[in-house]
Design a protein around this ligand. Structure first.
Ligand SMILES: [Fe+2]
Length: 315
C-alpha cells in the first residue's frame, strides 16, 4: 500500500484530537513532573539516519515496547492482578508516554512505526487503547506485533506458532495491519513489517518477503525481535544478566544461536540481500546499533514506557 503526503495530512488531522478525547488516569500530567522543562522535554528521542535511496527525504518516529497495562474492573482476576503488578514494573505512565510520542510525531515527523509490545498482555481495556491510538494515528502509523501481544492468562503459554492461533482472532480485530507480514511504501522505500515474536518466521513469511524484494525497492525490515549479532548479544547480556558487569565479554568467537531451518535460511537470505537497507526492532528495552549485513545496519530502540523513541531521517 502506498502513502502520499495527503494521506499523512489526514492522519495528522486525526491525531489532532488525541489530547482532547484521551481518557487518562487522574495522575496524568502531574505538573510537578519535570515542571521546569519545556513541552516536549520529558520525551527522550534518539537520532539515526538511513541512506536508503528514497525518491524524496522523509522522517519517521520509531517506537517500541510501550507495555500498556489498562484493565476494566469487570475483567478476570488474573488480568486485574497481572496488570496491577505490571503497571508498577513499567511506571504506570505508559499511556501518557505513548500519547506524548504520537502528539510530538504529528508535529515533527511524517510517519510512526511501532515494533510491538504496545500492550503488556491482552485485556479489553488494552485492546480499546490499541484501536484508539492506531485509529488516531491513521495512515501515518503502522507496525508489527510483539511477544506480549500474545500474552493471556488462559491455559498454557508455550511460545510457538500453534499457541499464537489462540490469540489471532482478537489481535486481528484490534490491530489495523496484516499481522503476519505487510508492506508500506514511502517515497520509494518499502517498509516490510512482520511477526517474528518468538524469534522465528514461517515459510509463508519467507516467500512473501521474497515477493517484496522482487518489487526492486530498497527495503527496511521492521519487526519485534532483533536478529542477534555479536555486539547486540553482548549488550543484551550486560543489560539483562546483571552479573560480572565490569567484565567486558570478548565476542570475537561469537556464534549465532541455533534456529529452525526456515528461520536460518531466511536470515542467510537477508544477509546476502543488497536491497535490505536497515532493520528496525525493539524487545530488549535499550538502544543499540550493529552492522547486520554489508548494506544494512540494525537499530534497536529502547522502551517507549520510558517516554522514549528514535527519530530516523531517510534519504
Ligand atoms: Fe518483547
Amino acid at each position: 500500500m502506498g502513502m502520499t503526503r495527503r494521506d499523512f495530512m489526514r492522519g495528522g488531522v486525526a491525531l489532532g484530537g488525541l489530547v482532547a478525547v484521551s481518557q487518562l488516569p487522574a495522575f496524568a500530567d502531574d505538573p510537578s513532573l519535570f515542571s521546569e522543562r519545556g513541552r516536549w522535554e520529558r520525551l527522550s528521542i534518539g537520532y539515526q539516519h538511513i541512506n536508503a535511496g528514497a525518491s524524496k527525504p522523509f522522517t519517521i518516529l520509531h517506537i517500541s515496547d510501550t507495555h500498556l497495562t489498562a484493565v476494566y474492573p469487570h475483567e478476570s482476576e488474573w488480568t486485574r492482578k497481572f496488570m496491577e503488578r505490571r503497571s508498577k514494573t513499567f511506571g504506570g505512565r505508559q499511556e501518557e508516554a505513548l500519547r506524548d510520542s504520537l502528539t510530538w510525531a504529528k508535529e515533527h515527523v511524517d510517519y510512526v512505526i511501532h515494533t510491538g509490545d504496545l500492550i503488556d498482555a491482552q485485556s479489553e481495556a488494552n485492546f480499546d487503547l490499541v484501536k484508539k491510538y492506531y485509529g488516531m494515528g491513521g495512515s501515518m502509523m503502522f507496525g508489527s506485533l510483539g511477544n506480549h501481544e500474545f500474552l493471556h492468562g488462559q491455559g498454557k503459554k508455550d511460545q510457538c506458532d500453534a499457541e499464537k492461533a489462540v490469540s489471532l482472532p482478537r489481535l486481528k480485530e484490534a490491530y489495523p495491519f496484516d499481522l503476519s507480514i505487510a508492506s508500506t511504501v514511502v517515497n520509494g522505500v518499502n517498509f516490510v513489517t512482520l511477526d517474528n515474536v518468538y524469534n522465528t518466521v514461517t515459510a509463508h513469511q519467507a516467500s512473501r518477503f521474497e515477493e517484496e524484494i522482487k518489487k526492486g525497492l530498497p527495503v527496511i525490515l521492521c519487526m519485534h525481535c532483533p536478529i542477534d549479532t555479536p555486539h547486540i548479544n553482548r549488550a543484551a547480556n550486560r543489560y539483562w544478566k546483571r552479573k560480572d558487569l565490569k567484565v567486558v565479554e570478548d565476542v570475537s568467537r561469537w556464534t549465532e544461536r541455533k534456529r529452525d531451518a526456515t528461520t536460518a535460511d531466511f536470515i542467510a537470505y537477508l544477509r546476502a540481500q543488497p536491497l535490505l537497507k536497515g532493520i528496525l526492532c525493539g524487545h530488549l528495552h535499550f538502544d543499540v546499533q550493529d552492522r547486520f549485513s554489508p548494506t544494512a545496519m540494525e537499530y534497536l530502540v529502547g522502551g517507549n514506557f520510558l517516554f522514549h523513541g528514535q527519530e530516523i531521517t531517510f534519504s
